[in-house]
Design a protein around this ligand. Structure first.
Ligand SMILES: Nc1ncnc2c1ncn2[C@@H]1O[C@H](COP(=O)(O)OP(=O)(O)OP(=O)(O)O)[C@@H](O)[C@H]1O
Length: 560
C-alpha cells in the first residue's frame, strides 16, 4: 500500500469536500498535490510548543518539498554511540537512565512510578518516554518484546492526568487518547498495562477497550449513553462503526501500535477513514506516536509525512530480536513436517509453552486434529473462532492449561505471553515482517527463545526472505543458505498476496475419516440387518397365525 493510493482513498471517503470533487477526475500522478491539499492532521500549520526557528524552517521547507520524500534529518550529537545512527530529529531530548528520573524531570508522581515493575528502562523506553512527555511526534521501530507498550502507555497516563487536572470536569470522560491496534487480544493487553499503572483509578485516567458491548452502548438510542473514557483502545474495524458517536473534540494523543500492519491492505481503508475523521474534527495539535517492530520504507515515509517535527527512533530496524535462536529445517514434504514435529514432541524438543504458526484456518484445524490424536495438550486460535473462544484460549495458554497453541498470523503480532520457549513456523511466513513478528513471540524482555522454520521445495523463494532476516539479525547462516541468493522482488509481492499451495495436512485426519466412514457403514448394515430380521419374524408370525386360523376352520368343518 503506498501513501498516495492510501491518501486518495481517504479523499474519496470525504464526499463533501471540494478537494474531492475537484480531484475526482485527476490521475494518480497528481497525488503529490493531493497530499498537500488533504494535509492530514494539519501538518502544514505548526502549533507545536517545541517549535523553534530551526523546526519552522524545516517545516516551511517541507511545504515546498515533495511530500512523498522521506524527511531529511540532521545527525544528532551524542556521546552514546547507538544514538548517532538510530535516533533522528531536532532537539532530541536526553534519554532516560532510570525511571526515577521521571519525577524531577517531568513531575511524575511517586505513586505512578511505584507501579513500574522494572528496574531500568529499555532502549526504546529510554528514548520514547521523554519524547512523548515533551509532546513530540514519534515514529519508533524497536525489536519485538522490547517494551514498546510501556514506552507509550506510561507517558500517556501522565499527560492525560495533567489534562484532567487542568480541565477539571469540562472534558471528563471524553477521549483524550486513542490507541489503534490490529487485534482484540492486543487491545486487551494494552488495557492491562493501563490497569497496572492506574490501579484503582487513582491516577485519574480511565481507559477502555472498544468492546462489542461498549460499541452497542455507545451507539444506542438511549439518553444515558456512556462516555468512552479518557483513553479508548480499539481495532480499526470496530472503531469505524463508532466514529460518529464517540466525539473526538478532546483528542490530544493518537497511538498506532503495529503501525505498519494498520497501514497494510487489511486495515488501510479503515485506518484511512479514521485518520480522515480525526483530521476533520481535530483542528489543533495532535500528538502522534506510531510504533512497530518492523517499518517498511514506504510506511516510514508515509508516517513521517503525517508528523510535525518528528523524532525517528529506530533501534535494530529490520532485525529479529537478538534473543531468538533461529533455525531452518528442510522437511522434504508436508508429511515430512508432521514427522518432524512428532519427533520434536517425542524428543522433548517442545518444552511448553509452544506456538506453532500455519498459513490458514483449515491447516490450523487439521494440525490440531493430528496433535490431539498424538495426545499433545493443544488448542487453536484463528480469525474464525468467536471472540469469547479466542479469549478463553489465550487465558488457558497464559495459565499453562494449554501447552501448544496452533495459530494463524492473527496471533503473530504484539501478543505477550510470558515465557514462550519455542515458536515453530510449520508453514514459512509470507513476508519478512510476518517472520519477525511470529518469532518475536519468544525471546521477549531479555529472555532467550528458539524459533524453528520448516520448509519444503514449495518454499524456495519464501525461505530466501527468512535467510535474509537471519543474516541481518546476526544469526549463523550455513553455506547452502548463502548460495540461495536474494528473493526476487516480484516473487516477494506475489507471496505476500497469496501463500504457497500445499498438500493437505493430515494423514491422521484422513485415517480418522476412513475409520469413521467404515464404522458408520457397519452401523448402517447392522441396523438394516436387524430391520430385515424383524420383518422376517413378523412375516413368519403372520404365516403361522394364518396357518393356525385355517387349521381351526378345517377342524370346525369336520365337527359339523
Ligand atoms: N523496562 C523493562 N524491563 C524489563 N521488562 C520489561 C520492561 N518494560 C516492559 N517489559 C516487559 O517486556 C515484555 C514485552 O513488552 P511489550 O509487549 O511491550 O513488547 P513490544 O516491544 O511491544 O513487543 P512486540 O513488538 O512484540 O509487540 C512485557 O512482558 C513487559 O512487561
Amino acid at each position: 500500500m503506498d501513501f498516495f493510493r492510501l491518501l486518495s482513498r481517504g479523499a474519496k471517503l470525504d464526499h463533501d469536500s471540494e478537494i474531492f470533487t475537484k480531484k475526482q477526475e485527476k490521475k494518480a500522478d497528481d497525488s503529490e498535490r493531493i497530499v498537500r491539499e488533504l494535509d492530514f492532521f494539519h501538518t502544514k500549520t505548526p502549533s507545536h510548543e517545541h517549535d523553534d526557528n530551526k523546526s519552522k524552517k524545516q517545516k516551511n521547507k517541507a511545504d515546498e518539498d515533495d511530500t512523498d520524500q522521506k524527511p531529511k534529518f540532521a545527525k544528532i550529537e551524542s556521546t552514546i554511540p547507538y544514538r548517532k545512527s538510530n535516533i533522528k530529529g531536532s532537539d532530541v531530548p536526553q534519554p532516560l537512565t532510570t525511571f526515577e528520573e521521571l519525577g524531577p524531570r517531568f513531575g511524575l508522581s511517586e505513586q505512578l512510578l511505584s507501579r513500574i515493575r522494572f528496574a531500568t528502562p529499555t532502549q526504546i523506553q529510554a528514548e520514547a518516554i521523554p519524547g512523548i512527555l515533551h509532546d513530540r511526534d514519534i515514529l519508533a521501530c524497536a525489536p519485538t518484546g522490547s517494551g514498546k507498550t510501556l514506552a507509550y502507555v506510561l507517558p500517556l497516563v501522565e499527560l492525560i492526568r495533567k489534562v484532567n487536572e487542568n480541565e477539571k470536569s469540562s472534558s471528563a470522560g471524553m477521549i483524550k487518547g486513542l490507541i489503534l491496534v490490529p487485534t482484540k487480544e492486543l487491545a486487551t493487553q494494552v488495557l492491562e498495562q493501563f490497569t497496572i499503572l492506574t490501579a484503582s483509578g487513582r491516577a485519574g485516567v480511565k481507559a477502555n477497550v472498544l468492546s462489542k458491548s461498549l460499541l452497542a452502548r455507545l451507539t444506542s438510542d438511549s439518553s444515558d449513553r456512556p462516555r468512552p473514557g479518557d483513553v479508548l483502545i480499539a481495532t480499526p474495524l470496530r472503531l469505524v462503526r463508532a466514529l460518529n458517536v464517540i466525539g473526538l473534540d478532546s483528542l490530544r494523543h493518537l497511538v498506532l501500535d503495529e503501525a505498519d500492519r494498520l497501514f497494510d491492505t487489511t486495515f488501510a481503508e479503515q485506518t484511512d477513514q479514521i485518520l480522515a475523521t480525526i483530521a476533520k474534527t481535530r483542528q489543533s495539535s495532535l500528538q502522534k506516536t506510531f510504533l512497530s517492530a518492523t517499518m517498511p520504507s514506504s510506511i516510514e515515509t508515509m508516517a513521517l509525512n503525517l508528523m510535525v517535527d518528528p523524532l525517528r527512533i529506530f533501534i535494530s530496524p529490520g532485525r529479529a530480536a537478538a534473543t531468538v535462536d533461529q533455525k531452518l529445517v528442510f522437511a522434504g514434504s508436508e508429511s515430512g513436517k508432521l514427522v518432524a514435529i512428532r519427533q520434536m514432541v517425542k524428543g522433548g524438543e517442545l518444552p511448553p509453552p509452544v506456538l506453532i504458526f500455519v498459513q490458514s484456518v483449515e491447516r490450523a484445524n487439521a494440525l490440531m486434529h493430528e496433535l490431539v490424536y498424538d495426545g499433545v495438550n493443544v488448542d487453536v486460535i484463528h480469525g474464525e473462532r468467536t471472540e469469547s473462544q479466542r479469549k478463553a484460549v489465550v487465558e488457558k495458554f497464559k495459565k499453562a492449561q494449554v501447552w501448544v497453541l496452533i495459530c494463524t498470523d492473527v496471533f503473530a503480532r504484539g501478543i505477550d505471553v510470558h515465557g514462550v520457549n519455542v515458536v515453530i513456523n510449520y508453514d514459512v511466513p509470507q513476508s519478512a515482517q510476518a517472520y519477525i513478528h511470529r518469532i518475536g513471540r519468544t525471546g521477549r524482555a531479555g529472555r532467550t527463545g528458539k524459533a524453528v522454520t520448516f520448509f519444503t521445495k514449495e518454499d524456495v523463494e519464501a525461505v530466501k526472505i527468512v535467510v535474509n532476516v537471519m543474516r541481518e539479525s546476526g544469526c549463523e547462516v550455513q553455506e547452502w543458505m548463502t548460495r540461495m541468493g536474494k528473493a526476487d522482488k516480484q516473487m516477494k509481492k506475489q507471496l505476500k498476496r497469496k501463500p504457497a499451495e500445499r498438500d493437505e495436512i493430515g494423514t491422521q485426519q484422513k485415517k480418522l475419516k476412513a475409520v469413521e466412514k467404515k464404522h458408520m457403514k457397519a452401523e448402517r448394515d447392522k441396523r438394516e440387518e436387524a430391520k430385515r430380521k424383524k420383518e422376517e419374524k413378523k412375516r413368519r408370525k403372520k404365516k403361522v397365525a394364518a396357518a393356525a386360523a385355517s387349521s381351526d376352520k378345517e377342524d370346525e368343518e369336520e365337527e359339523d
